[in-house]
Design a protein around this ligand. Structure first.
Ligand SMILES: CC(=O)N[C@H]1[C@@H](OP(=O)(O)OP(=O)(O)OC[C@H]2O[C@@H](n3ccc(=O)[nH]c3=O)[C@H](O)[C@@H]2O)O[C@H](CO)[C@@H](O)[C@@H]1O[C@H](C)C(=O)N[C@@H](C)C(=O)N[C@H](CCC(=O)O)C(=O)O
Ligand SMILES: Nc1ncnc2c1ncn2[C@@H]1O[C@H](COP(=O)(O)OP(=O)(O)OP(=O)(O)O)[C@@H](O)[C@H]1O
Ligand SMILES: N[C@H](CCC[C@H](N)C(=O)O)C(=O)O
Ligand SMILES: [Mg+2]
Length: 489
């Protein structure tokens, strides 16, 4: 595409250094610039992308988009906000891929990855080719692209939506994190359905207060259905049991479908029974009642299933077909995932890295625990600090033995993170084993018959970030190895 054509996406800009080169691709990272790239200077949290304009030119950038003065000889497009311009130009460059694609966004503190997986499974089983974008990467058919963020950078979203659509996708389901909504990482995405899971404490480092966090998430709903084209679907799928839904309901112009357990809802679950091997409940939709018996465990899983069913009903899939698919799903990687290496105690790896998810994981385990509950818990570095004492307290309150350990320390001192956790459990009894491998080993060696060990926080992650380096580390592998070592002793 010619530069001038790209620029039709912008309402306002100023060009320095005339020229209309061909643009071969879009990038925000000077290290990835190739001849013909359009490079955007983004002001980051750590460095200012304008510092790399010269490097981008040297690597062959055809043109550069900036918001502050830069000194290069290729065409420069000055805009007020390069991030906004990136969204609009990428959307145009990749052919407005979200138009004519049934795009489903999932937001909320917990449950996004699980719901996107459920939606993809249900729609695929019904013959709707569905792409997925989220924490565990971008997946469509046999293609897998790893991601750095739950919701990738906006030009990567448009690029991959286009890719999926060109390869036959009729729908894409995407985790839209509050950070992404706030940062404008989904600008240009024309959502058909927005799903809200729940709002509990996380990311207050970015959003400041829970109210601001709630409003960041509201962006998905306030933009939904503002302008209808033809008779396309525009719907907000809201959890009636979470008070924030009341706010979102009034903010959206879209059709509202509700789901919930405590209050009546369009998709309502009753008679929930939880066992170590699954969950049963009665799904009530209007006058109709359907028994569901699934392998997913916990009340929170019922919420996720209700949300997915409500959203997929908009794709005109029969309810009994949807239930059949849900009943076959074994689980989502790293979400309440059992590790079984022949031991006589239970080990569960779960991605609970927020107070609410940790509480849910432990209360779910309590429903069927007959002996002790051992909880291995840590908190990530360079992330919200307020949750640290709270998570430690939940671990101590809700288990028989809490072992505090490191999650991803990142650039923080692991001992300092643990000290912050410990402020929430003064005078209580617990263990602290800073090295995560050692903590898992200790629990695997000391668990007794019938105990349940929860290894919380890292779920599917196959790495540990120490400093700025990623080291291979997988809770499931570590637990398995420690169990095998104990059994072979
Ligand atoms: C704190 C934060 O949001 N950081 C995001 C941000 O990185 P940054 O601000 O640190 O970028 P930077 O390093 O300062 O660089 C600024 C610019 O200079 C460019 N640069 C840099 C160096 C160079 O040599 N050349 C060059 O061009 C960079 O490519 C970038 O465009 O922009 C990057 C590119 O889009 C993101 O990948 C990165 O997300 C990081 C990895 C992150 O951890 N974000 C978290 C907070 C986040 O967004 N999490 C949510 C999940 C929440 C949830 O699900 O619970 C998410 O959606 O992932
Ligand atoms: N609906 C829910 N309500 C509360 N907790 C949940 C819910 N669904 C999942 N969880 C808990 O949260 C953890 C993370 O689940 P999931 O990965 O689906 O959430 P997410 O919103 O994608 O998280 P992230 O923001 O890290 O991407 C699970 O391991 C489980 O403990
Ligand atoms: N999407 C979340 C993941 C946290 C996972 C946890 N293991 C940690 O490192 O804190 C975030 O970026 O905040
Ligand atoms: Mg996720």
């Amino acid at each position: 595409m010619k530069l001038a054509d790209c620029l039709k996406a912008l309402a306002d800009f100023r060009q320095k250094n005339m020229g209309d080169p061909d643009i071969s691709e879009i990038t925000i990272d000077s290290r990835q610039v190739k001849p013909g790239s359009l490079f955007f200077c983004i002001k980051g949290h750590h460095v200012d992308g304008h510092l790399f304009a010269v490097q981008a030119e040297e690597r062959g950038a055809a043109a550069i988009v900036a918001q502050d003065p830069i000194d290069v000889s290729v065409p420069v497009i000055y805009v007020n906000d390069t991030h906004r311009a990136l969204a609009m130009i990428a959307d145009r460059f990749y052919g407005f891929p979200s138009h004519n694609l049934h795009l489903i966004g999932v937001t909320g503190t917990n449950g996004k990855t699980t719901i996107t997986y459920l939606v993809q499974s249900i729609q695929e089983a019904a013959g709707i080719n569905t792409g997925l974008i989220g924490t565990m990467g971008m997946r469509y058919k046999n293609k897998y692209i790893p991601v750095q963020n739950t919701t990738p950078e906006v030009h990567l979203i448009h690029k991959n939506l286009a890719d999926m659509k060109n390869n036959g996708a009729g729908s894409v389901v995407m985790e839209t994190s509050s950070n992404a909504l706030y940062d404008g990482r989904v600008h240009g995405c024309d959502f058909n359905v927005g799903i809200f899971t729940n709002l509990t404490e996380d990311h207050l480092d970015l959003h400041g207060t829970m109210k601001d966090y709630m409003y960041a998430k509201s962006l998905l709903f306030s933009q939904l259905g503002n302008s209808y084209r033809n008779d396309e679907i525009k719907a907000a799928v809201l959890n009636v049991d979470d008070p924030a839904s009341e706010v979102y309901k009034h903010m959206t112009a879209a059709h509202v479908i509700t789901y919930g357990i405590n209050k009546l809802a369009d998709y309502h679950a009753t008679s929930i029974q939880i066992t170590p091997s699954g969950t049963t409940f009665i799904l009530e939709v209007g006058e109709n009642k359907y028994p569901v018996s699934m392998k997913l465990i916990g009340k929170f899983s019922v919420y996720n299933v209700l949300a997915a069913l409500a959203a997929c009903s908009l794709s005109k899939i029969g309810i009994t077909d949807m239930i059949k698919t849900v009943e076959q799903i074994k689980g989502v990687s790293g979400r309440f995932e059992p590790v079984d290496a022949g031991q006589n105690f239970t080990v569960i790896v779960d991605y609970s890295h927020t107070p609410d998810s940790l509480e849910n994981a432990l209360s779910t385990i309590k429903e069927f625990a007959e002996k002790r509950i051992i909880a291995i818990v840590g908190c990530g570095g360079d992330r919200e600090r307020g949750k640290r004492p709270i998570m430690a307290k939940i671990a101590v309150d809700e288990s028989d033995l809490a072992i505090l350990t490191s999650d991803n320390p990142r650039t923080e001192d692991p001992e300092a993170i643990l000290a912050e956790m410990e402020t929430g459990i003064k005078g209580r009894s617990y263990m602290k084993i800073t090295d995560r491998r050692e903590a898992i080993r200790y629990a695997m060696q000391n668990a007794e018959e019938g105990d349940i060990v929860l290894i919380a926080g890292k779920g599917h992650e196959d790495y540990q970030i120490i400093g700025t380096k990623k080291h291979h580390f997988d809770d499931r592998e570590e637990a398995r190895a420690a169990i095998v070592a104990r059994l072979n002793k």
